[in-house]
Write a protein that binds this ligand. Structure first.
Ligand code: BYC
Length: 505
């Protein structure tokens, strides 16, 4: 088993995946050759994707990268590792194996056979869900495009690029669904997925968090911890979908997603580990001194955590949503681990409490469960997020330090849902706009914090070399040593305009 699959963040592979045909221009296990029309449509989208990758993908010029690529997949290993030039990565279409007896497990169609085609009455909603999911994938690549210039090591650089190529493949997964099942409109949406761009004023990405810049590696690690984890939970609900091709593609995407969260969990942990080492070594908790010794102060780590957690909470939509009730009842989007839930899977009579803000106080209201399914999913997510924080705090615990990181209150810094328009401290007190303005700099990264962190982000491209702000990992990728040559940079690097070393010179 590879190191990457030991993270426990994704469900264990649930069965074999049929062999992927790599002799085709577009690798696939969906017999693309048997559908000439679809094959032509995807082949005409492929150069546009590659053009987008070259224009808005990673900026650091590389010769090749030690990447994993999906192969014929079984329970004991589904990946092949090798040095590959990134633009030659075999992006393709991989669906988990079809279960011909699969039935719908929730909503008004419960017990009926899963759909192999899109029912006319749900076409618009399904296309919307697939488009929103698809939009996030290239967005994250755009957000992370300049990070290669300041990688703390070749090991980390490789992980960044692995995440990037897989997000590219997840875009392929959604584009396949759009083109195969939604005709002309689907093809038009597939084009739009390459035209909207992260942070673009005129044509931004659909969801808020995907328009925020990923300014540095600490933010990248927080993103892969908190925002990719939203991806895990959203894909987990789409994996339950009655629309079988969507369910099958999400099941496979989840297997790849585990590595992204591994990058986040261990990236933050290694950052905290180094900070704590510096604090112990110099017997100080003073922010300026920790920074002066080349580590990122815990206060700054907490602020980055506060930011990324809160924008990721927004990705779940409102606590009360008629959209989600309609998705569930129609069978389009289920709950996390739907089939393990011990209820009627229809939920017409079920209720639950959700928080809202009324007359300056947080109050709890009982609402129909169906309209509260975004909150249900978010609760699962928050519980999962707590695990990482516990793991990071172990570093302080082991070193005998009293400091602790924590998740901020669910209402802190929210733009979507019941808390939008209110100001809350990280501890959940409702405060005035004036108090917020006075204190926000203590809770969210300031320009100075970002500049301080950016000052530490100097590229380390020598074998086995690591930046001073982050501890080396205990083990390498796929049982390779930590000091393995994970990335071969392009020869042109030293004259390239985007080299971090040059930028700092
Ligand atoms: N920003 O009824 P509401 C991933 C819109 S991440 C902007 O409360 P609903 C990944 C909403 O669209 C996972 N707008 O929400 C991670 C709706 O607009 P319309 C991505 C927002 O519909 C890292 C209106 O507000 N996948 O894979 O129940 C790297 C009212 O919304 C936001 C999915 O999200 C926002 N944050 O739920 C790479 C799954 N939130 O329709 C990849 C697919 C809400 O009235 N999407 N709005 O015009 C969905 O399931 C749902 O659309 C949402 C929203 C959960 C996003």
């Amino acid at each position: 088993m590879s190191v990457e699959s030991r993270t426990g963040d994704a469900p264990a592979p649930s069965g074999p995946l049929s062999t992927i045909d790599y002799s085709e221009r577009i690798p696939n296990n969906v017999n693309l050759a048997g559908d000439r029309r679809l094959q032509r449509a995807l082949e005409s989208w492929q150069p546009k994707f590659l053009d987008w990758w070259r224009t808005l993908g990673p900026t650091l010029p590389t010769k090749d990268v030690y990447l994993r690529t999906a192969t014929a997949v079984g329970r004991d290993g589904w990946a092949h590792f090798d040095h590959v030039p990134m633009e030659d990565y075999r992006w393709g279409i991989f669906l988990a194996e079809q279960d011909p007896d699969r039935t719908i497990s929730f909503g008004q169609h419960k017990g009926e056979p899963a759909w192999q085609e899109v029912p006319g009455e749900y076409r618009a909603e399904l296309m919307r869900l697939i488009t929103v999911q698809g939009d996030t994938e290239p967005a994250s690549v755009e957000q992370q495009r300049i990070l290669g210039n300041t990688a703390p090591s070749l090991y980390d650089l490789r992980n960044l690029f692995q995440v990037n190529v897989e997000e590219g493949r997840h875009l392929w997964a959604m584009v396949y669904l759009l083109q195969a099942y939604f005709g002309r409109e689907g093809r038009a949406e597939a084009e739009q997925l390459l035209k909207r761009n992260s942070g673009d004023l005129d044509s931004p990405r659909i969801l808020g968090a995907f328009n925020e810049a990923t300014t540095d590696w600490l933010q990248f690690f927080m993103f892969t911890y908190f925002t990719d984890r939203d991806g895990k939970y959203q894909l987990g609900t789409l994996k339950e979908s009655a629309f079988d091709p969507l369910a099958r593609t999400c099941e496979f995407m989840l297997k790849e997603e585990a590595h992204h969260m591994f990058v986040g969990t261990t990236g933050v942990q290694r950052t905290v580990e180094r900070t704590v080492q510096v604090m112990v070594e110099h017997d100080t908790a003073d922010e300026a001194r920790v920074l002066g010794h080349g580590a990122i102060p815990l206060e700054v780590i907490q602020k980055y955590l506060n930011f990324q957690f809160s924008v990721s909470m927004d990705l779940f939509g409102s606590e009360r949503s008629t959209n989600v009730a309609a998705y569930y009842t129609a069978g389009l989007k289920g709950r996390w681990q739907e089939t393990r839930r011990k209820d009627d899977h229809v939920l017409l009579d079920a209720t639950r409490e959700v928080n809202t803000v009324r007359d300056g106080a947080i109050v709890s209201e009982v609402v129909p469960m169906l309209t509260a399914l975004n909150a249900d999913l978010r609760d699962e997510y928050v519980a999962d997020c707590e695990n990482g924080v516990r793991r990071w705090n172990q570093e302080m615990e082991d070193a005998g330090r009293p400091e602790r990181l924590y998740l901020p209150h669910e209402g802190f810094h929210r733009k979507v849902g019941a808390y939008a328009g209110h100001h809350l401290s990280p501890h959940g007190e409702i405060i005035t706009a004036e108090q917020w303005a006075a204190d926000a700099d203590r809770w969210l990264p300031t320009e100075q914090d970002r500049a301080d962190v950016a000052g530490l982000m100097v590229a380390h491209y020598d074998l086995g070399d690591f930046a001073g702000w982050i501890a080396a990992p205990k083990v390498g990728i796929n049982d390779q040593p930590v000091e393995f040559d994970y990335v071969h940079l392009a020869e042109l690097r030293s004259t390239g305009p985007t080299s971090a070393e040059e930028a700092l010179a």
